[in-house]
Design a protein around this ligand. Sequence first.
Ligand code: NAI
Length: 335
Amino acid sequence: DAAPVTVTITGAGGQIGYALLFRIAAGDMLGPHRPVRLRLLEIPQGVRAAEGAALELQDCAFGLLRDVEVTDDPAVAFAGANRALLVGSRPRAAGQDRADLLAANAGVFGPQGAAIAAHAAADVRVLAVGNPANTNALIAATAAEGVPADRFSALTRLDHDRALGQLASALDVSPSHLRDVTIWGNHSNTQFPDVSHATVDGVPVVDALAQRLGGADAAVAWLDNVFIPRVAGRGAEIIEVRGSSSVASAANAVIAHVRDEARGTHDGWTSAALVSRGEYGVAEGLVCSFPVTSDGSGYRVVEGLDLGERVRAGLAASVAELAAERDAVLALGAL
Ligand code: NAI
């Protein structure tokens, strides 16, 4: 039998937790041969909801699920963790400004980073999902003294998959025919979805769009006026239509992010926010979304791509927002 993997999920009693736990236990994330132990971290008022989910997990009789533990103590939750999925965060309260939101989340992700450093397994990998995800990952990575920075990432796979969905629909193909789309920057509406290297069945996506939409100008107009705002604003669109935020698609993106990180990417790259080592001129230390691949041992930035002027400008604008978030957290003394 393969050794079980211990997966810690914070905010496990919340909406994304409820969409995520059952798929992890079913083997969608780490594969059909990998047993899992689940550690569900909640704040005291969320513990009952997580306990309820744990009862339902038992009722699914998943063959891969070794055990489930619910706790409100980070030291217990992260003990021996191989994977930490940081989903729980402080939502923006009515009238709360960005600095207050960052401060509230520094109070969550700082202590969680420290608990990961103190209690997790030596091979721990950490994914921040709770917003503001990039800066929350930065806070956790900074607090996790001794854990290498390349073990931390933030989720932009949902943005990436939203981009694939829009392109697939515009080109009337299955998303599986598309490759090498990139989300650059922050998981916010400043992100830059980039198709300049993307292909559909080997044909540049921009050429395929031009053919379908009646010319290169029409393709550029669609990308600028429809595609980019639609992808960057999709979270708000879901809230408006569904009456509630993206949950199942967010959980699906978490599954896909970790699956590809642990089992390897195929057919081109995907997108994830990693701690910058200065790639593409992004200030070192910022947690920025890049094109990434994995051979099964963790994500690496795809380097050496030629970014056109527009992509460089879009990336720079989103990186400026990341730097402002970092500076706001620094000013709080939380880094
Ligand atoms: P939710 O409000 O339903 O659940 C959050 C849960 O986290 C709650 O049960 C709460 O009790 C718990 N929690 C709060 N503070 C905690 C702490 N210190 N330790 C442990 N648990 C804690 O929210 P939902 O819908 O599950 O979303 C979770 C987060 O994911 C939000 O911040 C949301 O903005 C973010 N998100 C990120 C996406 C991405 O692409 N990066 C996509 C969609 C959502």
